[in-house]
Design a protein around this ligand. Structure first.
Ligand code: ADP
Length: 583
């Protein structure tokens, strides 16, 4: 869809405010062209000695009234029209946001956060301006132009009108050249602003790393370069926009010269009255607005078009995962992976190959293996962040893809190694998992995740703000807050992705014990624990050892120890390490 297509569709759908605004604009134009004609009559009346003092005041009263009416109508149509265009902006932002929320991690690997933020702000602003300001200026300008030209031609003298309009085609040509430059410059400017935003966002997120590596100066230099480049593109667009004004000026001066030359002759010949010539010059002055409007519309439309050219592909980017499932009931039964193989989009190497897993409801699966063996990838497939290449993942009687994403999100809780905390209180951060959770439920979840005592020691307890603007929590505390959040959700499937890595072994043991008690109580929470530390999985019913994307060993703790492979060696090593640490 083109920008014009988008705006047309929107105007058609919301025709009422646009129609009202157009109606008021038409009245404004009619009143505007009434003024010079009226002034012309006054001038002729005065020069013929037909107007006395009282009559003059009466005539001037009409002029004032027209002026006041114009004022109120202008305020009213602006309100109508801008309300409509702001709504389009809001609609586009909602669409963009909804789209971004559905995209998988692959999309965000490719697109910078700062650039996406620029799309949601700057680019949508530009489209909004095109659908509001440009529409109104275009309509108003065209209407005024038609009326003024009609008044000049039919109301005064067509020969004079022809002469006066002679320079206008040259102006149209100049406008056309200028607007194509504006398009290019706006596109550059929006793109460069996106890059600048990306850099600022990355720098702020990674400021500690930058400092630690002593890269501040380099980053600042890069920022200066990007800011300079964005500014120069904006300036280039501005410079071209500035060229509209002189073009209008030259046209107007030439038109005035032609008018006075021919008009003067006509007055001498007695064909035209002085009043008519006055009115004509005033009409010429009224053409300034349509001309400026044309320039303004062209530049707004070019800016809007450049922005829409960036926005539309993002809105249309295929979702990395399609949400075509229809089942909305909570999944029950065993969780199975059958011959699952997977490679990341754009990569040849298999991140997982031939994975078979059968996980009974209420059981715990441990997944261990060296770094890069595919443990996190396995969880990403269960979360449907990516689609499997081969094989099938099923939950109970149905494939995972049969369920709606929404259902799966509610049925599965996931705790990553580095969980994200929002700028809100501890209670709110835990409570996110379930709408309307009571404080008692939040406290209970916190106790299960062994974070309750830490919270009690915080300055404002559960109301203590955390996240970017609040108290800084240790890695282990963050992980436990995230676990409390996940437990509150009471999902059927709990995925822990090395979620206890920053918690000390003793606390880890108590959390795992709590999990086990919970499972005994409710029987149906199935858990997958990915861990570097084998102590986190030793009590699991089944343990997989992955290596280079394949299952190389599996069984329970005792059988894996007896097998004497990677697991047994790793276990001995970690036990030794633990006893050394204890000393
Ligand atoms: P683990 O969790 O066991 O450390 P991962 O599941 O993260 O391992 O990684 C498995 C393999 O997939 C590794 O070879 C890794 O390089 C690769 N990989 C992980 N994430 C991506 C990604 N986003 N794009 C491409 N390859 C990836």
């Amino acid at each position: 869809m083109t920008l014009t297509g988008l705006i047309t569709r929107y105007v058609r759908k919301n025709w009422r405010p646009y129609f009202l605004a157009a109606l008021m604009l038409a009245s404004v134009s009619a009143l505007t062209v009434f003024i010079p004609r009226h002034v012309g009559r006054i001038v002729d009346g005065l020069s013929a000695g037909r107007l006395d003092g009282i009559a003059l005041i009466g005539q001037l009263g009409w002029l004032m009234l027209a002026g006041i009416l114009i004022y109120f109508l202008r305020v009213a149509w602006r309100l109508q029209l801008f309300a409509a265009s702001y709504r389009l902006g809001a609609e586009l932002r909602t669409r963009l946001y909804a789209r971004l929320c559905l995209q998988g991690p692959h999309f965000f690997h490719q697109r910078g956060t700062g650039d996406l933020m620029a799309l949601a702000t700057n680019d949508i602003d530009a489209v909004e301006m095109a659908s509001g300001e440009a529409m109104l200026a275009g309509f108003d300008g065209t209407l005024t132009l038609i009326m003024v030209v009609a008044m000049m031609t039919l109301g005064i003298d067509w020969r004079l009108a022809l002469a006066a309009l002679l320079p206008f085609p040259f102006m149209a040509f100049a406008f056309w050249r200028i607007s194509s430059h504006i398009h290019q410059a706006s596109r550059d400017s929006l793109e460069r602003f996106g890059k600048l935003n990306d850099h600022v966002q990355e720098t702020l997120s990674g400021v500690r790393t930058l400092r630690a590596l002593g890269l501040e100066a380099r980053s600042a230099a890069r920022l200066a370069e990007l800011a300079e480049s964005a500014a120069s593109a904006s300036l280039r667009a501005q410079r071209w926009e500035a060229a509209f004004e002189p073009a209008v000026g030259i046209t107007l001066v030439s038109a005035t010269v032609l008018t006075l030359a021919l008009g003067g002759t006509l007055v001498w010949q007695g064909v035209l009255t002085i009043g008519a010539l006055t009115a004509f010059s005033m009409y010429l002055g009224q053409l300034i607005w349509p001309m400026f409007a044309a320039g303004w519309v062209l530049s707004l439309m070019e800016r809007g078009r450049a922005a829409w050219g960036r926005l539309q592909p993002t809105l249309d980017t295929a979702l990395s995962i399609d949400d075509n499932g229809t089942r909305a009931e909570r999944p029950v039964g065993a969780f199975r992976l059958e011959g699952v193989s997977f490679s990341y989009p754009g990569h040849q190497a298999l991140a997982l190959a031939g994975i078979d897993v059968h996980l009974l409801p209420g059981h715990t699966l441990g997944v261990v293996g060296p770094t890069g063996s595919g443990k996190s990838t396995l969880l990403r497939l269960i979360l449907r962040q990516y689609a499997v290449n081969e094989g099938r993942i099923a939950w109970g009687a149905h494939a995972l893809t049969d369920y709606t994403m929404d259902t799966l999100r509610q049925a599965i809780s996931w705790v990553p190694q580095e969980p994200f905390l929002f700028s809100a209180s501890v209670a709110e951060n835990i409570g996110l998992a379930r709408e309307n959770a009571t404080l008692a439920e939040i406290e209970n979840a916190a106790a299960l995740a062994c974070i309750d005592q830490d919270i009690a020691r915080m300055p404002q307890g559960y109301d203590t703000p955390v996240g970017e603007k609040g108290v800084s929590l240790s890695g282990g505390q963050r992980q436990r807050v995230a676990i409390a959040r996940a437990l509150l959700a009471q999902a059927s499937l709990l995925l822990l992705d090395d979620a206890l890595s920053a918690v000390d072994t003793q606390t880890e043991t108590s959390i795992l014990q709590h999990l086990q008690e919970l499972r005994k109580a409710s029987r149906d929470q199935t858990t997958v624990i990915v861990s570097h530390r084998l102590s986190a999985v030793m009590d699991a019913e089944h343990i997989l050892v992955l290596k280079e994307g394949r299952i190389v060993e599996q069984g329970d703790h005792a059988s894996l120890i007896a097998l004497g492979g990677w697991y047994a060696a790793q276990w001995r090593y970690q036990q030794l390490q633990a006893s050394l640490d204890a000393d």
